[in-house]
Design a protein around this ligand. Sequence first.
Ligand code: PLP
Length: 415
Amino acid sequence: MSLPAHGLGRDDVLAQLDAFKTNDVRWREGRAFTLAYSAGDDVVAIAEAAYARFATENALNTDAFPSLRRIQAEVVAAVAEWLQAGDTGAGFMTSGGTESILLAVKGARERGRKERGITAPNVVLPTSAHAAFEKGCYYFGLESRRVPVRADWRADVAAMEAAIDENTVLVVGSAPQYPQGVIDPIEAIAAIAAARDVNCHVDGCMGGVVLAYLGRLGHKIPPWNFAVPGVTSMSVDLHKFGYTSKGASVIMYRDKKLRSYQTYATDNWLGGAYGSSGVLGTKGGGAMAAAWAVMHYLGDDGYLRVTAAARRACEELAAVIDATPELTLRAQPDTTLLAFGASDPETLDVYAVADALWRRGWYVDRQGPPPSLHCTVNAVHDGKIAAFTDDLRAAIAEVKTTNAAGALGAYGTVE
Ligand SMILES: Cc1ncc(COP(=O)(O)O)c(C=O)c1O
């Protein structure tokens, strides 16, 4: 693309951008079971309005923008309450789950190096832990020691314990893990880490907000947060079940000392003292302000309501999958994520089912092994499951007739 020789009018520019979206998944209508979340058009609107107000402000230096220092402090304080981080909890806002996880990995490496002189660090984590940990190990030069999960998809703590050695700097559990939506045995994972005084990160990117409210809605929730001794850090994505604009997550530590290992400072250049809390330098204020706005707009009762809606829709969908003979649920959902495969993979290709669903306007994630489809069910899906069910059944019937094969595709792309 080359630039127009003369600048276009505002309306023309915006109309072109709107036109680009023509073939995008219609997430506002609940057609996306991944990637985008909505607790209603009013919530999206307030997030967008707040984002626009702070899109140019820069949290790299909050001396110049005390507004953003305040916004970050208030958002982090609210998340600390959700996570039961107590008075000592210390965190930062980041650009997303991946950045939060990268920082947890970097912080653990740094602590291992400074406190124990570890030069060849490793991370012990279940095969279900998010790909961002792999990325963190790759970026920061740690060995990733993946440990197979149990038959119920939860972390095998005994096997994890056996994988720990004197160079282990981080042990990981998820609440819940993404692929099958189940919560790892966090108490047991934290205990094996604490016994060796090693960092323990609980990935609550998907569950951090949901679990804080599911318990209060009367669901039985296993221990999952800082109330568990030995948990040293957690990640919680506000741009997922916090229902705010993209670019907002929180990395939380049990205390400031643990947090200190993630920050970076240098004066080894001609530009003077430079410090940053996370991976980014310039840090846009838009996503931070949107998070603050949505959290205050929804409030505690709003989060109870939208979490109940998401859970209701998830339970409804799980029941539909259970009642569909061609499909098998990988696990009963612990929160609001579920995955399912074909009861007989020889006769039904679930990736072809995903293709047929997409032709009908529904977008689901494809994953494996084993070949599965994955749904991140959020508040927007409440009341939409019946329509999805009709198209799911039609998609299965179509694939059975045509014997179509589909492709795994990718959870994220590199283009
Ligand atoms: C459990 C879990 N952790 C981390 C992430 C990464 O988050 P992000 O895509 O915001 O970087 C995800 C994303 O789906 C996730 O499900």
